[in-house]
Unconditional design. Structure first.
Length: 69
């Protein structure tokens, strides 16, 4: 599933994704726009989604999440 699909299913805005993942708004926006983010930020997103959905979501489960080195 794509990141936007996850956030829409949860009713999350970019601001809410940023809050839930403990990151700044611009990083959350970049992730949703398909821009590269750090592995640390990607893990924060996966963790926030896992907690919200009550199931384990791995970074690799988020189809369009681009992780830089």
């Amino acid at each position: 599933m794509k990141l936007g699909e996850y956030t829409r299913s949860l009713g999350w805005s970019i601001s809410e994704l940023a809050r839930q993942a403990s990151m700044d708004f611009n990083t959350a926006r970049k992730a949703l726009e398909g821009q590269s983010i750090s592995a640390r930020s990607a893990n924060k997103i996966a963790s926030a989604l896992s907690k919200a959905l009550g199931e384990r979501i791995l970074v690799t489960d988020i189809e369009d999440l681009k992780v830089g080195s």
